[in-house]
Design a protein around this ligand. Structure first.
Ligand code: SAM
Length: 290
């Protein structure tokens, strides 16, 4: 009997590896992977870092894309610069979640901010990000930044400090992040804000199922007199379109944009500018339910 040489059936080069994240049962995003740089399981979630030809390094938490080197600037600028240029005199900033450091780093661009606090539940996310995304995580080296490893829900319940701006940069509303979208949590944040305070939150994609964004908006409305939804284009997030909510005690981003301060500084921003500040609040007709 002739012996079949096994390598005869192998392709000439090593096979391509592709990653897929399902966004619904019927569609998702797929990209090629050069190699996996890190895989580990923390107390809260699985963490993977991939190296990809299209998006550079990618962080996955529980198999979902959290950030990529190529498009992270959109999310991190939009969740921070809109409140920072709406508030007239921001000095203290609290970030809940955001363990990759991208949010803190965009806040640290502002010289007027005196104190930046981040409360992240998972220390491993911070350490992995410092190792594989040192530029994105650079805000942790800023002398104004204080990192607290704790559950943001518990922290805000017991907090006696007051902040000018709070940002909830959370994973999706499952597991430890579920309570970060509740009416009670938003009310606790209201109480931790100064009288002119502003809150921004990521509020999911409205494209496939608008209900998650609607619930977040409704819950914020129970505590805050001003709540506005805005959109940004993030190619690696579901549908490529992501929503944020700005909830405010007094300042309205459409009226109170601080153009003078924006023009006086020259920050290294790639997405946010003065036209974007207003344009992002113009919603397509199908989303005119907010
Ligand atoms: N931009 C990202 C996105 O939406 O895809 C979110 C990025 S950031 C990595 C989300 C962070 O929220 C994670 O590091 C996670 O550990 C943290 N987180 C989840 N639940 C939390 C909680 N209850 N308190 C504090 N941080 C929490």
């Amino acid at each position: 009997m002739t012996k079949i040489k096994e390598d005869k059936f192998l392709p000439p080069e090593s096979p391509e590896i592709w990653f897929t994240e399902k966004h619904t049962n019927n569609c998702g995003i797929t990209f090629k992977v050069n190699k996996t740089l890190y895989s580990g399981r923390s107390k809260y979630q699985r963490i993977d870092i991939l190296e990809t030809p299209e998006f550079g390094r990618v962080m996955l938490l529980d198999g979902l894309v959290m950030l990529t080197q190529k498009d992270e600037f959109v999310y991190h600028e939009m969740i921070t610069q809109i409140p920072l240029f709406t508030h007239k005199n921001p000095k203290s900033y609290l970030v809940i979640g955001g363990g990759d450091g991208g949010t803190v780093s965009r806040v640290a661009l502002h010289p007027e901010i005196e104190k930046i606090t981040e409360v992240e539940i998972d220390e491993d996310v911070v350490n992995v990000s410092k190792r594989f995304f040192p530029e994105i995580a650079s805000g942790y080296n800023d002398r104004r930044t204080k990192l607290i490893i704790d559950d943001g829900i518990k922290f805000i319940e017991n907090s006696e400090s007051k902040y000018d701006i709070v940002t909830v940069d959370s994973t999706d509303p499952f597991g430890p992040a579920e309570g970060l979208f509740s009416e009670k949590f938003y009310n606790d944040i209201y109480n931790s804000l100064t009288d002119t305070g502003i809150l921004t939150v990521q509020s999911e994609t409205p494209f496939y199922d608008i209900d998650a964004t609607k619930v977040i908006y409704k819950n914020l409305k129970k505590s805050f007199p001003i709540v506005r939804v805005y959109l940004a284009f993030i190619p690696t997030y579901p549908a490529g379109v992501w929503s944020f909510c700005l909830a405010s005690k007094m300042y309205d981003p459409l009226i109170d944009f601080d153009e003078k301060r924006f023009s006086a500084v020259s920050l290294p921003l790639k997405y946010y500018n003065k036209q974007i500040h207003k344009a992002v609040f113009a919603l397509p007709s199908v989303y005119n339910v907010f």
